[in-house]
Design a protein around this ligand. Structure first.
Ligand code: SAM
Length: 230
């Protein structure tokens, strides 16, 4: 279970809200019941219930089980897609281990409002599900041209281009990286030119078939992780 505060040896911890409801009402944990917690800062801890409750319960942190895992330095820049599919994308990208998710607004992006809190909740649930000790950062939506204008020179920008590029399995090398996936309608010519002008940008291919944006994102993350994601 994720808790949004720093955990430490023997620290008392009081939970309320959704966490208390889940532990007290759904799991009905009583005194002495043990559970694993992580805080996205120090790692995963064993804790036990000191005072049970349905709205509020207190726990004692027993000991640290694992330090926070190292997170491969990969960002995913993606044009927002429809609700169910963006939730799925965030869930799977979290499982695959991206460090940062950045919704990017492009000329052909059809969804221009993104509920970051809802996406963060999906990321937390996915991390809990697959026992990760780190959460991806969820950035506020940003316009493509603004991102490109300030692009850090040391972060390779793999621009997923269905018209062709170096296969990502060949292009991926260790080091800070980002994958840029376009919207369902693709990038405009002006956007292609703007991406191409960024010195750190590399066009990459994910094969001869045109993939949906969410499929392309996950295929690219998986390829990069297999090659450079230690
Ligand atoms: N504009 C295209 C069209 O309508 O023919 C399709 C865009 S595709 C559905 C959405 C995004 O997925 C693209 O902008 C690109 O970033 C990525 N993508 C899809 N297939 C790809 C491939 N084979 N190689 C690299 N990127 C791909």
């Amino acid at each position: 279970l994720y808790v949004d505060r720093q955990l430490a040896d023997n620290a008392p911890l009081v939970l309320d809200g959704a966490a208390a409801n889940y532990l007290g009402n759904v799991l009905r944990l009583g005194v002495g019941a043990q559970l694993k917690l992580f805080d996205d800062r120090t790692g995963e801890w064993l804790a036990e219930i000191a005072e049970p409750g349905k709205k509020r319960l207190s726990l004692r942190v027993v000991r640290r089980l694992r330090p926070r895992e190292p997170v491969p330095d990969l960002w995913l820049l993606f044009a927002p897609i429809k609700r169910g599919r963006i939730d799925w994308l965030v869930e799977k990208a979290t499982e695959l281990g991206v460090a940062r998710l950045v919704p990017v607004l492009t000329g052909r992006t059809i969804v221009d409002r993104v509920n970051i809190d809802r996406l963060r909740a999906h990321a937390i649930e996915a991390a809990e599900q697959c026992e990760r000790t780190a959460l991806p950062e969820l950035a506020d939506p940003a316009k493509l041209d603004a991102l490109l204008r300030n692009w850090p020179a040391d972060r390779t920008l793999f621009f997923a281009d269905e018209r062709g590029g170096t296969p990502l399995a060949e292009a991926a090398v260790p080091g800070p990286a980002a994958i840029l996936i376009g919207p369902e309608g693709g990038f405009t010519d002006a956007e292609r030119a703007a991406v191409g002008a960024v010195p750190a940008a590399r066009p990459i291919s994910l094969g001869p078939r045109i993939l949906r944006a969410d499929t392309a994102a996950l295929a690219a993350i998986a390829l990069w992780m297999a090659k450079a994601g230690d």
